[in-house]
Every structure is written in C-alpha cells, then in structure tokens.
Design a protein around this ligand. Sequence first.
Ligand SMILES: Cc1cc2nc3c(=O)[nH]c(=O)nc-3n(C[C@H](O)[C@H](O)[C@H](O)COP(=O)(O)OP(=O)(O)OC[C@H]3O[C@@H](n4cnc5c(N)ncnc54)[C@H](O)[C@@H]3O)c2cc1C
Length: 320
Amino acid sequence: MNQDIFVLVEHLRGQVADITYVALAQAQSLAVETGGKVIAVLFGGNAVELSKNLAADMVLHVESPVLAEYTCDAYASALTGLIKEKSPRAVLMGDTTMGAEVAGVLSARLGMPLISNCVSIKGGKFSAKICGGKMMVEGELPAEPVLVAMVPGGFRVEQGQAAKAPEIKTSPVPDLSGVRVAFKQYVEPEGGDIDITTQKILVGVGRGLQNGDNLELAEELAEALGGAVCASRPVVDQGWLPTTRLVGKSGKAIKPKLYLALGISGAPEHTETITGSEMIIAVNTDPAAPIFDLAKYGAEVDMLDLMPALSEAVRKAKGG
Ligand SMILES: Cc1cc2nc3c(=O)[nH]c(=O)nc-3n(C[C@H](O)[C@H](O)[C@H](O)COP(=O)(O)OP(=O)(O)OC[C@H]3O[C@@H](n4cnc5c(N)ncnc54)[C@H](O)[C@@H]3O)c2cc1C
C-alpha cells in the first residue's frame, strides 16, 4: 500500500458532479496526513475539459470505448485493476447512485472496508451519517486500504476546485474483458414539465403532505410565491408528482434562491442535492428533524395549516 488517495471522478454529459469536488477536498486534507498525493481517476473521453478545475496532484485518465459512458460493471472492473496495480491508501467517491453502486462491488470484490455516508476523515477518525442522517457515528479509520463514499457536510465544493488544471497522465487500460454490461441509451424523462434545477423559488413537499389531494395546497403556495413544487422521494414513489420533480440522489440537484422544505425530514439522499440553495426554510412538526440543521429558518408547525395561511398572506402582501 502507498499513501496516495484516489478520487473517482463522477461525470455525466460533460458535467463533473459536485460531490467529486467535495471528495477531492477531503482527499487533499487526508493526503496532508498520509503524505501521499491526490490522484483523480477519470474514465471516458474529454479529459482536458473535465479535469480543468479538479484540485488534484494528478489526473489518471483511462480511455476505452467500454468506459465511454458509466456502467457499474465497467467502472468497477477498471477500478479493480487500478487499485490492484497502484495500491492506494484510500479510494474516495460520492455516495451517489453511481458511487454507492461501484463502492459496494469493489468492497465485495477486493475485500476492502467501505465507509458509507462519510462526512469527514480527520486525525485517523471518520464521521459518518446513519439512520437516514438522524445520527452521526465516529470510528477509527481502518489501517488497511479503505473505500470511502462521501456525502456533503464536511467540505464545500469550492474547496475541491483549483484555478490551475492538474497534470493528466494516461493510464494503460486495465483488463475489461469480463465486462458484460453495455451502455445503450439515456432515457429522458417525459417532456413538458418544468425544470426544477432552474427555478428561483421551490416549495418542496415530503411525506408530511400525507396524501396526494393536499398537493393542491402546495401548488397554490408555489403559485403565490412565483415558484414551483418539487418533492422528496416518498411523494414521487406514491405517484403524487412525476420523477421530474424529485430532489435528491436519485433525482435532481437544486439551487434556488429559496427552498421551502415542508414535511421533509432531511435524509442525506435528499439534502445532498439542496446545499446549493441560497436559503432553506424548513417546516416540520418534529423539532429533531435533521432538515433543521441545514435550514436558515425553521418552524415547528403543521404544514397543512401553514400552506393555505401562507398562500393567503403572500397574495395579500402582493396586493392580490
Ligand atoms: C439509494 C437511495 C436513493 C434515494 N434517493 C432519494 C432522493 O433522490 N430523494 C429523496 O428525497 N429521497 C431519496 N431516498 C430516500 C431517503 O432516504 C428518505 O427516505 C426520504 O428522503 C424521506 O422523505 P421524507 O423526508 O419526505 O419522508 P420522512 O423521512 O418520512 O419524513 C417526513 C417528515 O415529515 C414530518 N411531518 C409529518 N407530518 C407533518 C406535518 N403535518 N407538517 C409538517 N411536518 C410533518 C415528519 O416529522 C418527518 O420529519 C433515497 C434512498 C436510497 C436508499
């Protein structure tokens, strides 16, 4: 084992995921402790563009048609080869749909310990979220090479970004002959819906909405505020709103000026993609809901009482 820290670069359609920068920021601080280098591992084409602001000592680029688009099979196979060959101290990635999938396969395949939902590593200890973000655990960083799936909270995106592009080194392609899954196509969500990633004001509703009929109250509030309604996963799973409105790990990242989170507990899978919001206001009947940790303002009230009252107050304030 050497002391280098690998960071898997997560990218989709030419965009590096924010969590990659968070992982790079963590890798920088960990590398100071280990004395190793931060190596960003980048699969697929367009390396120069994708690498330009990665805060890494070096980008290890692997290009192959098999790696042109993400599949867990291909990424895990390529990383298996690189880890066996280079033996890094730690391999960091986002605890996203992609990162969690790849990390799980690598852990099983290589027998490496995996720290999921990791917020930070410092001084030989890690802290991670458990129970849907309601609790934090601390533990000793394993002495052997370790896989780490990061969630936001410990580092900011800008801390993992650099003004100067790192050196790109092209790596020989590891053995990918066992890869059986091939990327075919992106399936676009149904068109015609609003794009929640560009909205300035978002009213987010969670399971606290209780039933689909109450959605009307949220729509009215969003209309009064001049925004749109988005949701946590239970609301989408119930079919009350389409997947285009889903905020979170399996949905979209949002960055509105105002995010009004109503009846949303604040699970990491939801909150990891709302940190770009300029202001978060949370409304929840549970004073211990983790969403209050992220919110600038919070109110411990019933959202079903609040929504009609707030809609009316906003309409009056606007003179309507
Ligand atoms: C791999 C994976 C991917 C996932 N992806 C996503 C994702 O993309 N997006 C996502 O959101 N989740 C995702 N999840 C699910 C996530 O873990 C949580 O289960 C989900 O975010 C919880 O949604 P919620 O906060 O609406 O519901 P809950 O956690 O059930 O919280 C409901 C909240 O409403 C409050 N409440 C109840 N009644 C009222 C009321 N009348 N007024 C005010 N407050 C009230 C409660 O106190 C509670 O805090 C994912 C999970 C996994 C494992």
